[in-house]
Ligand binder design. Structure first.
Ligand code: GDD
Ligand code: MN
Length: 371
């Protein structure tokens, strides 16, 4: 039985397929891994199939799956999942954009307990070479959307990743487009993920098949995963929505603390309004911080990036100040420039401040440590 199956999706890769297979075989040999290579080809009209068939004669661990319907990268990878022999999979592009040398490290992380291991271009040590500005911008947009669903993952649309078979055995994947990893993260069963930095180097030979349609499909996919998570509470994205919801409840409790203290300090303690308000606001922030720290983000797990509670409080204070500025600016701008009713404008300001507070705190205050 194989330790792992390396899945290589291909379409018109006659110029690269021989090299990638040779490189992966070399990695197997040098690391002592007993690996299978599964090329999943969409019936390429060039020589890809012929080359793989020829290599198969001397490589008993090389297999080829030729698909003739439902053409597509994600579909091919998903088919690869169900035809692979091992119970650990690594997905890698054929065009040498991903370094096969990282395969043993990915495999070791799976063995050490990770369910999904992602090769990341967007974490420290990772990067992208030879990409035009346009592609960088599109990729950053896609990454941003993906991170709304999986904030802990720096590169949720990477094409280079490893997973345990059990992550996808029962997953109802709806593969389409290019971002099969996002689909796996959204619908697979997993708890622990791990990212490894790598430098993506764009293909030397052949051309990328990314089109406008790809972008539209991606947006549909994000919506689909969002809806899916509302009905599947064990999914990773739902774990995230739960935090948004709790963060909102805590926010409401803060309003009560703020208003209650303001009234109490003014009416019963006789403090002047500015003083009473500063205390009330500060206590509300403290209230919110504590509830978020022990409740909203409790299943954060042990190792946090900011390990000291005092430092998290400081971060929260700074972010909250930003949220207050947004609320203030939106209220005044909408009243002045859009002649909007001040109450409606304030609600919009509060909501935008909330979005800011959640997203920024999620990104900086309560983040897991990537060791
Ligand atoms: N079977 C099959 N069917 N394979 C395909 C198809 C298809 O329709 N389209 C592309 N492939 C194969 C290519 O042969 C290559 O091995 C790999 O999938 C990536 O295709 P590229 O066209 O080179 O993709 P890219 O470089 O634009 O995109 C890469 O980076 C993205 C992140 O920016 C891929 O790794 C994407 O998965 C990744 O999201
Ligand atoms: Mn490529």
């Amino acid at each position: 039985m194989y330790d792992l199956t390396v899945i290589i999706p291909t379409f018109k890769e006659e110029a690269n397929i021989r090299t990638i297979i040779t490189e992966v075989e070399t990695v197997f040999r040098n690391s002592g891994l007993n690996g299978e290579i599964l090329v999943v080809d969409d019936n390429s009209p060039d020589n890809t199939i012929a080359i793989v068939s020829e290599l198969k004669k001397t490589l008993p661990n090389l297999n080829l799956l030729v698909r003739t319907s439902d053409h597509g990268l994600s579909q091919s990878v998903a088919d690869g999942f169900s035809h692979a022999s091992a119970d650990v999979f690594v997905v890698i592009d054929a065009d040498l954009s991903h370094p096969p040398a990282l395969i043993p490290k990915m495999y070791a992380e799976i063995r050490a307990g990770a369910d999904i291991v992602i090769g990341s271009r967007y974490m420290e040590g990772g990067g992208i070479r030879k990409w035009p500005i346009k592609r960088r911008v599109i990729s950053l947009g896609a990454t941003f959307l993906g991170r709304l669903l999986f904030p802990e993952v720096t590169d949720p649309v990477s094409g280079f990743f490893a997973l345990r078979k059990s992550v996808v055995t029962h997953a109802k994947l709806k593969p389409r487009g290019y971002k099969i990893l996002l689909e796996v993260l959204g619908k697979g069963s997993w708890e622990n993920d791990k990212e490894i930095p790598f430098e993506f180097s764009d293909r030397e030979v052949g051309s990328s098949k990314l089109k406008i349609k790809t972008i539209i499909e991606y947006a549909q996919q994000v919506i689909d995963i969002t809806l899916y998570s509302f009905f599947h509470h064990e999914s990773a994205a739902w774990r995230e929505w739960k935090k948004v919801f709790k963060f909102g409840i805590v926010g409401i409790s803060g309003i009560i603390v703020n208003q209650g203290l303001l009234i109490a300090l003014k009416e019963y303690a006789g403090l002047p309004i500015p003083i009473a308000s500063i205390i009330a606001i500060q206590m509300a922030i403290l209230n919110n911080f504590l509830w978020n720290d022990i409740w909203t983000f409790k299943e954060m797990g042990k190792p946090q990036k900011i390990s000291s509670r005092w430092q998290r409080l400081l971060a929260f204070e700074v972010v909250s100040a930003g949220g207050a500025v947004i609320n203030f600016a939106v209220l005044n701008a909408f009243v002045t420039f859009l002649v909007m009713d001040y109450q409606a404008a304030n609600i919009i300001g509060i909501l935008l401040g909330f979005v800011w507070n959640f997203l920024v705190n999620r990104r900086f205050t309560w983040v897991r440590k990537h060791e």
